[in-house]
Design a protein around this ligand. Sequence first.
Ligand SMILES: *[C@@H]1O[C@H](CO)[C@@H](O)[C@H](O)[C@H]1NC(C)=O
Ligand SMILES: [Fe+2]
Length: 433
Amino acid sequence: MMGARVDCLRLGLFLIVVTVCWSDVVYSYSRPPARKTIFVPHSSDADSDTTPQQVHISQVGQDKMRISWITDSSSTPATVKYGTSSGSYGFSATGTTSSYRYLLYKSGEIHDVVIGPLNPNTLYYYLLGDSPQEYNFKTPPSRLPIKFAVSGDLGQTDWTKSTLQHIGQSNYDMLLLPGDLSYADTVQSSWDSFGRLVEPLASQRPWMVTQGNHEVEKIPLFHRTPFTAYNARWRMPFEDSRSDSNLYYSFDVAAVHVIMLGSYTDFDSDSAQYKWLQSDLSKVDKGKTPWIVVLIHAPWYNSNTAHQGEVESYEMKAAMEDLLYRARVDLVFAGHVHAYERFTQVYKDKADNCGPVHITIGDGGNREGLATKYEDPKPEISIFREASFGHGILDVVNETHALWTWHRNDDNEPIASDSVWLTSLSSIPACKL
Ligand SMILES: *[C@@H]1O[C@H](CO)[C@@H](O)[C@H](O)[C@H]1NC(C)=O
Ligand SMILES: [Fe+2]
């Protein structure tokens, strides 16, 4: 059923919030009430404007980690002291400090420091700037098994809190996020709130993210540059994979090659992203990384009535599906649709034993609520679909087998609502390239 959808953008200017709306003809759907948006203030014991906040870490290369944090004042160095026992920091590294402006907002001081080389699967303790507050993180393992938590469209509501709590209990090694982080939607203080909300998890394990439509934050006339806050706050290791943009990159972890794509930047066959992807895939050594996992925001396969017919879905799929298929990509994670859906292995809309499994995991918990309506009858290639908030765990146990489980927030972490064993395409003789 076609219907008009109204999109709104809240523009925060001083104390006035201007709401700009426009309508779009898309397939209609109604959502159950979302939980309220929460705002995480600067902690009360943060009496100094040099107190670190919004700490998050991300993997750089094989054995380094980028530590990112924000302070109100610039009178604190972008220095990280670290070591493998609490209270003792034998190593130190210095990085860069930056800030950005958005309308009348000026960000805090954003510090980025790359530390390493680090040992795999090791707990590190670290200090930021001149703050005495000790943080810690664990590096991912260099070999299988490895456990990824996967969650898209997080936002910052009580549902998000519940999702984060479940992820925190999962003993994961690294988080993969297929876009839509803060739902700040131009209100920049919401990015700060989001940074504080995720810090307890994101300061302890690498969070590897790609961007969604909520990260664009472009306003005609007023702020023409897209992804300003996202690029400044969530810098990812794109140079290491020879990408020229923070919007797409790849990295290896344990025996998995992870590719992050940008659904809201150019993807057609003469775009920089397409050429980069082609070159990146041609360099994958399946002997070293028998698994390939790709993240996008707008799903290429989707039988929910939400977000049908969007160019970021069908045009990107038309442009890039062949590349992924011919490289024998094992899994494609998407967000955008606020529900869970798992497809079988597919290629060009048909089941294909050498195609990737497509999974929509946009059910992290944002304020827009769930997308509850599905196309009826269910397409044969859709195996499991449910509109509940939750998160996924990809447990890559060895070169041939991985266990994927989806956990609803309503259940305890150990209870999986959907679960499937996957076999790597590199181990299937009929799919040999
Ligand atoms: C890989 O893991 C699967 C599932 O646990 C197991 O059945 C298989 O024997 C393992 N393969 C190797 C080579 O260890
Ligand atoms: Fe989205």
